[in-house]
Write a protein that binds this ligand. Structure first.
Ligand code: EPU
Length: 338
């Protein structure tokens, strides 16, 4: 049997998988994943498919997580929200705002599901998922047990977590609990939000502004296939940053608390003149160089060839190596770009 994955990945890549199971309850999710793991059969647990590049047909079972449910509880100071993995992230952000639970507004319109959010510690406009993460419940495949990790145990970093490192391919996230302070503090230090007055701004205003910026800067995957940022913004030492800044005075970079600098990869790619460059139907987006797009019939292999070209060009100019942000999938699992 062969099932098209085109509707299950936001890049709209035309690859197939051997079988696809959609699960709507946690018990079903646990059951199917345990069975596949025990039989040593390739499985791919899929949320929104917004961070995947299929380079070949997937020779295994795709488990599409569509579990639903959001529960709200509170104590004197905090709201606690427990969300099933298959809930859509943006719907969650909206549901919270409707209930006057503020905090998630900077992360409006990030594509994907709640269960996928911790894996790469999603973030935008000055706020990352780990700011509000209280607990993650996951199925640990090698033991078959449900486990709960607190924030610290998840070892979050910039687009990183334990689920991409030690627990890569070993954890199926089933449920996420967020903890949001009732006393809301707006985060408006990111460039386009700086015009707000912190004493009067509302979460809804930030939400509307973020939606507006994202819609104007990032291509809509329903119109033009893409996975958001294709590369992480690279971190470099102060020394490396100072050297680069001497040669490239317009370089865009953000100093981190540990003294390192995060370079704007979009700026680096733009500087070497790659906007609009294509290999087949895989192209660097015309307006936002950090995003690769599918102009129609791109293959995952073309996307990877293009990514390699971008990495090489940026390296030749700046001696900085870009790392892809999405997971690149081969026929039985994740692969390196090659
Ligand atoms: N820039 C250019 N040319 C470009 C693109 C960007 O010069 O073609 C410059 C911009 O002018 C700006 C700087 O690069 O000065 C940074 O651009 P922007 O503020 O648009 O953000 P980004 O670094 O490109 C990151 C995240 C996005 C997130 C935004 C807003 C990563 C890899 N990407 O993008 O996340 O929405 O900041 O916080 O960290 C995603 O992860 O998929 C994603 C979209």
């Amino acid at each position: 049997m062969s099932i098209s994955l085109a509707a299950f990945n936001t890049f709209a890549l035309q690859q197939n998988c051997t079988s696809l199971v959609e699960v709507t309850s946690k018990a079903e999710l646990i059951d199917i994943c345990n069975k596949l793991y025990k039989q040593q059969l390739p499985m791919l647990v899929l949320g929104g498919g917004s961070n995947l590049v299929f380079t070949e047909d997937y020779d295994g079972t795709v488990v599409k997580v569509s579990t639903k449910g959001i529960q709200f509880t509170a104590d004197d100071d905090y709201q606690y929200i427990t969300i099933q993995a298959g809930e859509n992230w943006h719907n969650l952000v909206e549901s919270c705002l409707q209930k006057q639970i503020d905090g998630l507004e900077n992360m409006a319109l990030i594509p994907g599901t709640v269960g996928a959010a911790p894996i790469q510690n999603i973030g935008a406009y000055g706020v990352e998922f780990n700011r509000f993460c209280y607990e993650i419940e996951f199925l640990q495949l090698d033991t078959g047990h449900l486990v709960r990790f607190n924030n610290q145990q998840c070892d979050f970093g910039y687009r990183e977590s334990i689920f991409k490192k030690q627990l890569n391919n070993l954890a199926v996230i089933t449920e996420v609990t967020l903890k949001l302070a009732k006393h809301w503090v707006p985060v408006i230090d990111y460039g386009p939000l700086q015009h707000f007055d912190p004493s009067t701004v509302t979460a809804k205003q930030i939400f509307d502004c973020v939606c507006h910026i994202r819609q104007s800067k990032l291509p809509d995957p329903k119109v033009l296939g893409n996975v958001g940022s294709f590369f992480k913004n690279p971190l470099v030492s102060t020394k490396a940053y100072n050297e680069l800044k001497l040669c490239f005075t317009d370089l865009v970079a953000y100093q981190q608390v540990d003294g390192q600098y995060k370079l704007a990869a979009g700026w680096l790619i733009d500087y070497v003149g790659l906007k609009g460059v294509n290999i087949g139907d895989a192209a660097v987006h015309q307006d936002q160089a950090l995003v690769l797009v599918n102009l129609g019939h791109a293959t995952g292999k073309q996307v990877c060839q293009l990514a390699k070209y971008v990495i090489q060009m940026v390296f030749d100019k700046f001696a900085v190596t870009l790392q892809p942000e999405p997971r690149i999938m081969g026929s039985v699992g994740e692969i390196e770009i090659k």
